[in-house]
Design a binder for this molecule. Sequence first.
Ligand code: HMG
Ligand code: MG
Length: 288
Amino acid sequence: MAEFVTIYEVGPRDGLQNEKEIVPTADKIALIDLLSEAGFAKIEVTSFVSPKWVPQMADAAEVMAGIRRRPGVTYGVLTPNMKGFEAALAAGADEVAIFASASETFSQKNINCSIEESFARFAPVLEAALAAGVPVRGYVSCVVACPYEGAIAPAAVRAVAERLMDAGCHEVSLGDTIGAGAPETIAAMLEAVFQAVPAERLAGHYHDTGNRALANVEASLELGLRTFDSAVGGLGGCPYAPGAKGNVATGALVDLLQARGFETGIDRAKLAVAEAFMMGRIARLSAG
Ligand code: HMG
Ligand code: MG
């Protein structure tokens, strides 16, 4: 039987947080429902973050309340602090994610605190989530390079990934936030992280700025990673990472995995429907 690779569809969150025009709540809900129908087991729906920092995600509770939940699908959300976690719990999130950075400057710009302070904020979130039986995913941003500091040492990534695991995360997603990675730098980073966290607990989250995200996925597959984050239509970026382009496109990722003989559980035709829907809506919004 073919080996399975899990795709974590992050388009509704990472994809839409960076769109210039705010996507209407009803369109977000329709997109998530189409993605549920397409067979994703994991969908990152929204972020419970400050609406002053990311106005695109201000409708997090409404989106959560409006989606049609398909049994077996994990609907995840970002929660940077207790305020976000409490709202996420009330909204019925199946999984929450805390997001740290391997770069001090990016941590300050993105969540307004140092790496050390971020772990102090995450501690009560982890405690409350685990007590409530809600699994916690951890992100490390800037795993290859930072938009403000340049190259980031693999040892710095390992240290943050190890802290997230030790704190109780079940999985750590490694974010090449600005898509600066190439197969060699991604492999060097992964080899360093493996000293602390095994491949089966890691996910690759590769933005495609340099058009190398698929090559980076291939390098990661070779080293044993079996979970990848991607966004429908290649949407995405981070408002606090200037120049960051979209995530690797889900359709291209599914095609690559199928060509390599992996099973993904995704209905490619239904994924194409979700993609056409969202790209059509965004084109209409941008046209004004
Ligand atoms: P702060 O200003 O230091 O926070 O921001 P604060 O505690 O001083 O609160 C300021 C205001 O925000 C207050 O409201 C709070 O109530 C409110 P006011 O009294 O002024 O009216 N507030 C909140 N509101 C709703 N939900 C919350 C929340 N927390 C505070 N959870 C904070 C600190 C972390 C809140 C802020 O910096 C923030 O929201 N940052 C999020 C930035 C973000 O979402 N970035 C994108 C996601 S990360 C990413 O894209 C990377 C990733 O994809 C991986 C990769 O590619 O590398 C994951
Ligand atoms: Mg991202």
